[in-house]
Ligand binder design. Sequence first.
Ligand SMILES: [Zn+2]
Length: 182
Amino acid sequence: MKGPMDFHQVIRHCLRCGGKNLPEDPSRSFRCEECSFPYFINSATAVVGIVTDERGRILLIRRARDPGRGKWSAPGGFVDPGESAEDALRREMREEVGLELTSIAYLCSFPDPYEYKGVVYPVLDLIFVCETESLDSLDSLEDSDEVEGHRFLAPEAIDPEEIAFPSVRRALEVYRRGLAQD
Ligand SMILES: [Zn+2]
């Protein structure tokens, strides 16, 4: 089995005319020699929410599928084209864990290569600190094809090795440092 390939290695033909001559400008863009169609390699945008309970413990969900299956992360997902980061976060929180957000505050961002079905996509994760109306819906949260279980952990009790994504690991560290300064 071959290892994963970077997303730009997948581009073999012009998306517009099917032409095969696509000179590459070091993995950032292609321009078709036949029809001049330019294709740019951009980061996909993803959002992640840090939600805490009344004791300041952070909500973590256990991932039911790859990447990071069986590991833990904070809830979140990809931003759809035309959608704001805030709307994407509200939607993902509702879909993944049934939570309604009442406030969203930007914390930080990290690039995070995301491997899916043998291809590594460039992704930018935006991390937000969120407040919710209530956490009651978590009591009746059932396993789904995305989430199998959740728990709350004190920031200092989180083992970085159990966190699925480097970006989320780093964001939790930023969050912890912020608490220490308060
Ligand atoms: Zn073309």
